[in-house]
Design a protein around this ligand. Structure first.
Ligand code: ZN
Length: 421
């Protein structure tokens, strides 16, 4: 393996590589110090290592990019040292030098009032939280106030963990990129750890966001992109989950006004909907293993509905491993049914295969649902549901039997409507 690597390396001529590197650094006005912080990125034409590799090999293959990067990292044949030693002498045009000096880094000072706005942008799932997309707009407005024309979107951002041992790491750091296709300038932002109130792990009253960037671009002033965020996004993801992506797109196109902000993202529309669906799907999931997830849900709901007056404990009732399946029924549903039953004593029973994820080495899980119709309030209501991977009479009648056993006899309906398809 080592021999093979050496063989690969020897294919590169040091002189030509140095020539290609210097040419690229000059052409894109990149400081060679940035080479250290940049890592190769697959399929990213603007990545500096991709550019150097393309200049040298006259083609873009990721293995070439990695190869050159490893030359740099290991200072093979003195490649790195040569670049570092020779670069300060590279002539740069007067103008660019000036821009570099003036704008290499800016401070954005956040007032006391604005700090409270900032707090509303934090996603709180746990201590390793981050700023949400609204912060990108906030930051964009701030950098435009400083005379920039870029509008940025987030590539990554993260708060330091509360009990982090890394003394040197920043309280918050993020990478933002201009949304204008020809610009794509990178803005690296940090909030220094000194800005953190260590006792509460919150911001101090006023703070400063340090923003560093490659160069100041002068394209037309970019403006905000409409986003589907917050409550609206949550609602939209529920709709996607229920109706599917294509149906939601059709629905949104018809009811254009209501979803105007969302539809404006024409290019990302389908993709965004897919992301939303997947995010919602995974948000409440504890484990990738359906059985573990079902068991965790059972333990959790057992605790929620365990008051003494309920006859039926919890929500997830029975879990079986193989064939996989579980039953969902709660006392609350039984109570609601008991009042609906007086006016419309019918169960509507049906199944679908699109709801539950596949279980490895088992047949397709079907989701069976008993829905009741509250004719007074004109709403449909799920009375009980179950999932099973065995679509046979034994399994289905087992679950229906369980439901029958768990409720009182007078709770059974007069009519059961079944789809015969
Ligand atoms: Zn820009």
């Amino acid at each position: 393996m080592t021999k093979f690597r050496q063989c690969l390396k020897s294919e590169i001529s040091l002189n030509s590589l140095i020539k290609a590197t210097i040419e690229i650094l000059k052409r894109y006005h990149v400081d060679h110090k940035l080479l250290d912080s940049q890592r190769p990125a697959k399929n990213n034409e603007t990545n500096i290592w991709n550019r150097i590799a393309r200049a040298y090999f006259k083609r873009t293959e990721y293995k070439d990019v990695i190869n050159i990067y490893s030359w740099w990292k290991r200072n093979t044949k003195g490649y790195r040292k040569f670049i570092e030693d020779s670069l300060p002498s590279i002539p740069e045009s007067e103008e660019e030098m000036q821009i570099d000096d003036d704008f290499k880094s800016i401070d954005i000072n956040i007032s006391k009032d604005e700090v409270s706005i900032l707090k509303s942008f934090i996603l709180i799932y746990d201590y390793s939280s981050q700023f949400n997309s609204s912060f990108s707009d906030f930051l964009s407005e701030k950098i435009q106030e400083k005379g920039f024309s870029c509008w940025v979107s987030c590539r990554s951002n993260r708060f330091k963990k509360r009990f982090s041992q890394k003394k040197k790491s920043q309280y918050w750091s993020g990478t933002y990129q201009c949304i204008v296709p020809n610009c794509r300038s990178i803005y690296k932002c940090v909030i220094d750890d000194t800005e953190r109130n260590k006792r509460t792990n919150h911001f101090s009253n006023e703070l400063c966001i340090k923003v560093t960037f490659e160069k100041k671009n002068d394209h037309k002033k970019a403006t905000k992109v409409n986003r589907c965020s917050g409550y609206k996004r949550q609602r939209q993801s529920e709709i996607v989950m229920g109706n599917g992506i294509v149906n939601t797109i059709i629905e949104n196109t018809i009811h254009n006004q209501e979803n105007q902000a969302f539809l404006d993202q024409k290019i990302t529309n389908r993709f965004t909907l897919g992301m939303m669906k997947s995010a919602l799907k995974h948000f409440y999931k504890i484990s990738n293993e359906a059985f573990v997830d079902a068991l965790a849900a059972k333990n959790l709901t057992d605790q929620i509905f365990s008051e003494s007056e309920t006859h039926l404990k919890g929500y997830v009732q029975e879990i079986s491993l193989s064939p996989f399946g579980f039953l969902m029924l709660s006392q609350i549903q039984v109570n609601i049914w008991s009042s609906i039953k007086k006016f419309h004593s019918v169960w509507y029973f049906d199944a679908t295969g699109t709801i539950h994820k596949k279980i490895a080495n088992q047949r397709k899980p079907f989701f069976y649902s008993i829905v009741v119709h509250d004719v007074k309030n004109k709403v449909f209501f799920p009375f009980s549901e179950f999932v099973t991977t065995a679509q046979d009479q034994t399994s289905i009648s087992k679950y229906l039997g369980l439901i029958k056993n768990k409720i009182q006899k007078d709770m059974l309906p007069d009519i059961i409507v079944v789809d015969m398809s």
